[in-house]
Structure formats: structure tokens, C-alpha cells
Design a protein around this ligand. Structure first.
Ligand code: ME8
Length: 501
């Protein structure tokens, strides 16, 4: 089965921050997990480079938009590498292949009769690249998101007849209750549709930085139309000489709640207008907050993900953000929170369990995992199935909780059994065999499942256990016999200095 997962493409008007890393790591966890299940995965991320958000930022900096896009796109690429994301392609909307395909699809929408000439009059936020209704303004005529004064615009544009898709969209929602999740977001999008859809501008007259409208080169295609199409265009040129569209389309999108309307309303309508299948699903997550506020470039309260990883490591970041904030909801993160979970959960619970288990296998069984019947540990039985189920529902936090319950169960088990005491008497040899086998198998099972979240850590531990296989079909606790030779393992989460209060 194919599994095509995408992140939003990020604006290159500034450097990446932790909010961008968040969605990309989430998509990477799903991509890695699905590969472990043997699915044929394609994972896409990239950068959104056209439109006012980038053109105006470049102007403020006194550089050309392409120069700014080249520089910051490179930073997003660096981030993708640094967070250890396994994306299969990195799209830039300035790629000539993307631009050509955008023109092709927009021409199709036009030829199918959903484009007309009109005049836009109203407010437009250049930072959001969004046309604002009066209800979306605050303090008179300010953008509610960026709190900047908006000017009333009047422009002759090409329009997309969004209103023609009112009924098809309502039907799409009625027929597919899981199409947008969580449910609260489904309801939000549906109620937006039910309020009545207005046609939207498909082009911008005053802007030069974009893809020209194919039948009217005096205008460029509205940046959101250009950007949304990335999910579709990428498959046509990600592999030279090969078109992957039939193999992977339709996509599963992961996005933040700020861009719900574009993805859950405008995007499926555009696809319907072009005669292309709509996405399989859209999952909408919440905001990472700093001191109760959305972390964002415009508010200036962003965390630099590179700094966090320098300090705590990539795997800690990949773990912490899904453990601390329930995926789907908003939630605060903090340096103190990072330290706390690093020390109490990663170092003490998982790291310690690994090092003491390996040390005992070394000491009591010459480094060979004994063969035995696994101890009855409920939290371990059926764990791969439960984790898969949670990840099918894009419940990244729920899946991690399942795994962590198993880690804690293993810690209680070793604490209760006290093998170091039993080892003093040869008569306990069989029990020791069972304990050591159960610990090795438990650690193997949780590590195979954790590897989607913490790939380097899990890999190191599985290598030390002599069990490097990541396949989910053999991840069940007790699925492997004893006999593996264990190796050395440096501390997985060495103690870090806590910041001075
Ligand atoms: O909107 N918490 O790009 P963008 C969680 N180019 N996620 C966050 C976040 C936060 N505080 N801040 C940002 C755009 N994000 C368009 C998208 S897609 C066809 C075009 C993440 O650079 C989250 O995924 O503003 C959000 O949706 C995205 O970054 C917005 O990135």
C-alpha cells in the first residue's frame, strides 16, 4: 500500500523556528513508522517562495526575493537534515518544474469553466497572503494574526469560482467523517463551508514575484493556489524521468490550525475543479506556545530548533515535543520542561533500563541473551498493534504514551524481581533466564516502536542488543528467541548540566 505524507511548505520570509520543525518531525514519525510496516512511503516537505510574504520581506531587507528565497530555503533544508527527517523530496515553489505544472493545472481549472474576470475590493493581509472578511479584522482594519494595519484594495483579478463547490464540499464532508481530523477541526471547516462560500481571487495584478497566469502574463497566480499545488506537482518531477503521481496520489496532509481554511476548503475545491482526486485526509495540529503565546516570527518569541538540538540532541527534541504537548492541541513548551523530561524519562527510565539490562546480561550470562518464556507483562503484550492503531489515527502522543507505559512496566518488573539478589543463588538460574530474556525482549520491542520517534537512540540500543531489525511484524514482545550476543552501549542520555535557576 502507498502512503504519501506531506507537511506545509514553509515561507522563506525568515529563518525556520521550532514550529516548523514540529510538523516536519510529526510527518517523519509517521513516514518512518509506515516504512517499518512495509508500506510504500513518500514523504514531502519544502518551501513556499512566492507572493507578498516573501517579496515584502526581501524588500525590507534590501535584497531580491530570489536571493532571500535561496538563502532561507537552504536553512529549511539544513533543518530537515538536522532533525533527521527522511523526506523523499524537498520541493521549492521556485522550481521550474513546479511552476510549469502549476500553470498546467490552473489552465485546466480555467478550461473547465471555473475561472472568470472580476474586481476584488476589500482588505488583504500581505503577511498572511489572505483576503480578509470584516469578521476577520480587529481594531478597525488590523489583521487579527499579524496586528498590522491593512489597506483597502481594489484590483482587477482572475477569480476562482469557489462557490460552485459548496455542495460537492458538503457531500465530501458528509461522506467522509474522518476526512479532516480532529473532529473539532472537521466541524470548524464544515461550518465555514455551510456559511456560504465566496469566489476568491486566483491572481494578483500588482505583484511580479510569482508564476504568471498562463493566459494573462500581466498577472501572477495567487500564492496560495501556487503553494497548495506543490503536493500534487512534486510527484510529477521528484524522480527524474518518472511520474510518481499514480503511485502515490492522493496525499495525507499534516498542517497547523492556522492554515485550515486553505487546506480543508479551497484546496479540495481546486482539485475538484481540475478533475483531480481530493486528498485522502488532513490532520490539523495545534500551536506550540511560549509563555501562553503562539510561537511565531511576527511575535518574535520563537525558539531556535538548532540551539535546542545542540543542547539536548535531536532525539530528545523529537521525543519531547510529542510527549509534552498532546498532538492536535495547543500546548506550552519550555527549557525547564525539556530538562525535566530528559532527566526523568529519557535518562532515568529508558536509558537506565537499557544500561542495567545489558550490564546484567553481560555479568550473569556472559553477554548472551538466554532463551526463556517471556514473563506476563500486560503493557508489553500487543503493543505494536496498539501503537499502529494510534498512529493510523495520527495520535502521535497517544502512541508514545502506550510505548512509555511499557518502558515503565519494564522498570517496575526489574525493580520487583531484583535479579541482582536472585543471582547470588544458582538455584534461581531459570528465573534469571526469564528475567533477562524478558528485559531484552521488552527493550527490543519498545525500541523498535520508538525508532520512529528517536531513530538514533533506538538504533544504538538495538545494535547493542544484537537485534537491528526494525520491521514491525517482529516487534511483538517475545517474538524473537534468545541467543543474541549483546554489545557495549555508551549512556544513551548522559546527564546534562541543568541551567542555573
Ligand atoms: O503558512 N506551532 O507557511 P509558514 C506549531 N507557506 N506549528 C507551527 C507553529 C507553532 N507555533 N508555527 C508554525 C505557511 N508552525 C504557508 C503554507 S502550504 C501549501 C503553505 C507550522 O511558514 C505549522 O505547520 O507560516 C503551520 O501550519 C506552518 O508551520 C506555517 O508555516
Amino acid at each position: 500500500m502507498s502512503y504519501y505524507v506531506t507537511t506545509p511548505i514553509y515561507y522563506v520570509n525568515a529563518e525556520p523556528h521550532l514550529g516548523h520543525a514540529y510538523t516536519t518531525i510529526a510527518a517523519d514519525i509517521l513516514a518512518r513508522h509506515m516504512r517499518q510496516r512495509g508500506e510504500d512511503v513518500f514523504f514531502l516537505t519544502g518551501t513556499d517562495e512566492h507572493g507578498e510574504p516573501v517579496a515584502q520581506a526581501a524588500e525590507r531587507l534590501g535584497v531580491g526575493p530570489r536571493e532571500l528565497a535561496d538563502k532561507n530555503s537552504e536553512r529549511f533544508r539544513d533543518l530537515v537534515q538536522r532533525i533527521n527527517a527522511t523526506n523523499d523530496f524537498f520541493i521549492r515553489t521556485s522550481d521550474p518544474e513546479h511552476e510549469a505544472k502549476v500553470q498546467e493545472v490552473v489552465q485546466k481549472i480555467h478550461d473547465n469553466g471555473y475561472v472568470f474576470e472580476g474586481t476584488y475590493e476589500g482588505y488583504y493581509c500581505p503577511r498572511c497572503a489572505d483576503f480578509k472578511t470584516d469578521a476577520e479584522l480587529v481594531d478597525g482594519n488590523k489583521c487579527a494574526i499579524h496586528l498590522i494595519e491593512l489597506e483597502r484594495e481594489k484590483e482587477d483579478n482572475w477569480f476562482f469560482q469557489l462557490s460552485a463547490f459548496q455542495e460537492p464540499l458538503e457531500k465530501l464532508y458528509a461522506d467522509n467523517p474522518q476526512w479532516v481530523t480532529p473532529e473539532s477541526r472537521y466541524n470548524e471547516a464544515l461550518s465555514f463551508i455551510k456559511q456560504g462560500l465566496n469566489d476568491i481571487s486566483l491572481s494578483r495584478a500588482r505583484l511580479r514575484w510569482g508564476v504568471p497566469v498562463p493566459w494573462d502574463e500581466s498577472q501572477v497566480i495567487y500564492v496560495w493556489i501556487d503553494a497548495l499545488l506543490n503536493y500534487y506537482t512534486a510527484l510529477s518531477y521528484a524522480r527524474p524521468g518518472e511520474d510518481l503521481t499514480d503511485r502515490y496520489w492522493p496525499a495525507r496532509h499534516l498542517i497547523g490550525k492556522d492554515i485550515l481554511k486553505f487546506h480543508a476548503v479551497i484546496w479540495p475545491a481546486m482539485l475538484m475543479a481540475a478533475g483531480i482526486e481530493v486528498p485522502k485526509s488532513i490532520f490539523i495540529h495545534g500551536y506550540l506556545l511560549m509563555d501562553e503565546h503562539k510561537m511565531s516570527k511576527s511575535l518574535g518569541n520563537v525558539i531556535d530548533p538548532f540551539e535546542v538540538m545542540d543542547r539536548f540532541g535531536t532525539d530528545t527534541l523529537r521525543y519531547y515535543i510529542f510527549r509534552e504537548v498532546r498532538f492536535g492541541n495547543d500546548g506550552s513548551i519550555s527549557a525547564a520542561g525539556f530538562e525535566e523530561r530528559y532527566n526523568s524519562e529519557l535518562a532515568n527510565e529508558y536509558g537506565n533500563l537499557a544500561s542495567r539490562s545489558l550490564a546484567m546480561i553481560g555479568r550473569y550470562r556472559d553477554g548472551v541473551v538466554p532463551d526463556a518464556t517471556p514473563a506476563e507483562l500486560d503493557e508489553l503484550r500487543g503493543l505494536p498493534g496498539r501503537v499502529s492503531e494510534r498512529l493510523d489515527a495520527v495520535d502521535l502522543t497517544g502512541a508514545l504514551e502506550e510505548i512509555w507505559e511499557a518502558v515503565r512496566r519494564l522498570n517496575r518488573y526489574v525493580q520487583d524481581e531484583e535479579p541482582w539478589k536472585l543471582a547470588k543463588d544458582e538455584a534461581n538460574a531459570q528465573r534469571i533466564d526469564q528475567i533477562l530474556y524478558s528485559l531484552a525482549e521488552g527493550l527490543r520491542s519498545v525500541s523498535v516502536l520508538l525508532s520512529a520517534y528517536m531513530p538514533d537512540t533506538a538504533d544504538r540500543l538495538l545494535q547493542a542488543l544484537g537485534q537491528p531489525d526494525l520491521g514491525l511484524d517482529s516487534a511483538e514482545y517475545g517474538a524473537r528467541p534468545g541467543g543474541a550476543q549483546v554489545g557495549d552501549l555508551a549512556p544513551l542520555f548522559p546527564r546534562i548540566e541543568t541551567a542555573a535557576a
